[in-house]
Design a protein around this ligand. Structure first.
Ligand code: TRP
Length: 336
């Protein structure tokens, strides 16, 4: 069997929260230790420009996201961990891919269409009002990320399914025109990845402003957990685990036996206040060593920078010769 190449991109637009950790970071970190496959992890910082305008925010988020991955145990010896903007070949490939990407294909992108819809709903005369080309071209840059490293498997959430189809479509068109040069990747869509609820009971998401930052300090973590919405059942009254955000978050961290124990406590009518305290203590204990490492890295960003530079070097050992091949194929060649 040929070795699979896994590639995961993380946009650097925010501060990682415990929903990101459980749903994406933790499984990816586990996968980084799997020596039977090639693993690429990168910070999609150019992608972040499509979503974030504040340079300090973009910069800060890059540090926070990188430090999070390192502090949670990403195996950078086995995996290649780099920053998109350190690999100029990705941007060059993006342009080459634009020449085989139908505009009509991009017109159909969900995120672009959603913005057009907002304009139409607001009665604007211009359906493209305020829409930047970075948003429009976003899927082409993502295709370049994936194709640059001959990825065979891209683990993504359902929201990225269309981007993966577009990547395949673009790669197939390229190969049809220029020969079998690009590797057609498969999406690995994970429905099962835990989606955690946030403070208000809706899906934990930056856009709902209901998140618990993964590395919030102890005081803040406690305060946020105390805010988690519950029903109004009195202490001593049996409680359902289903639909309980406290239970759900606990379960995402605890062992099976511990979860069983808590289920019993629910049935016995544990008070919400006690459950909150218990959850806080549990998560805090679990996160503490990683948080210490995270804070060390934030205080010493040069260490993070060095890791990324090392990763970029490894990545470019692949991207530089491969881009040469691709350039040659499209006719960008030396004259003599
Ligand atoms: N678009 C992805 C997201 O928003 C991030 C991303 C950029 C990505 N390039 C990628 C994911 C390449 C996988 C592969 O989550």
């Amino acid at each position: 069997m040929t070795q699979e190449t896994y590639l995961t991109g993380i946009t650097t637009t925010g501060t990682p929260h415990i929903g990101n950790y459980v749903g994406a970071i933790r499984p990816a970190v586990a996968s980084s230790k799997d020596g039977s496959r090639k693993n690429f992890y990168f910070l999609a910082d150019y992608h972040s420009l499509a979503k974030a305008e504040d340079p300090d925010r973009v910069h800060r988020s890059g540090l926070e996201v990188a430090a999070t991955w390192l502090a949670t145990g990403l195996d950078t010896g086995n995996a290649v961990f780099y920053r998109q903007s350190d690999i100029p070949e990705i941007m060059e490939l993006t342009w080459i891919l634009t020449s085989v990407t139908a505009k009509g294909l991009m017109n159909r992108a969900h995120s672009y269409k959603a913005q057009v819809q907002v304009n139409e709903d607001s009665g604007s005369k211009d359906p493209d009002k305020g829409i930047m080309m970075a948003l429009y071209n976003y899927p082409i840059l993502m295709a370049a990320d994936i194709l640059m490293f001959k990825s065979t498997k891209v683990p993504v959430g359902r929201d990225q399914k269309q981007h993966m189809e577009m990547t395949r479509d673009i790669a197939q068109r390229f190969n049809h025109r220029y020969g079998n040069i690009l590797v057609i990747p498969d999406a690995e869509i994970s429905d099962s990845t835990a989606v955690l609820s946030g403070l208000d009971g809706r899906k934990m998401s930056k856009s709902y402003d209901n998140t618990i930052p993964l590395f919030a300090d102890e005081k803040r973590l406690r305060k946020l957990i105390m805010k988690i919405k519950t029903n109004s059942l009195e202490p001593g009254k049996p409680k359902e685990t289903e639909g309980s955000t406290l239970y759900e978050i606990y379960r995402a961290f605890a062992t099976d036996d511990e979860v069983k124990d808590i289920e019993k406590r629910y049935a016995e009518g544990i008070a919400w206040g006690e459950m909150k305290q218990l959850l806080f203590e549990y998560i805090n204990e679990h996160i503490k060593p990683m948080r210490e490492e995270y804070n060390r890295l934030l205080d010493d960003p040069a260490v993070v920078e060095q890791e990324l530079k090392k990763g970029a070097q490894k990545a470019r050992e692949i991207s530089v010769p491969y881009l040469d091949e691709i350039r040659y194929a499209v006719g960008i060649r030396k004259l003599g």
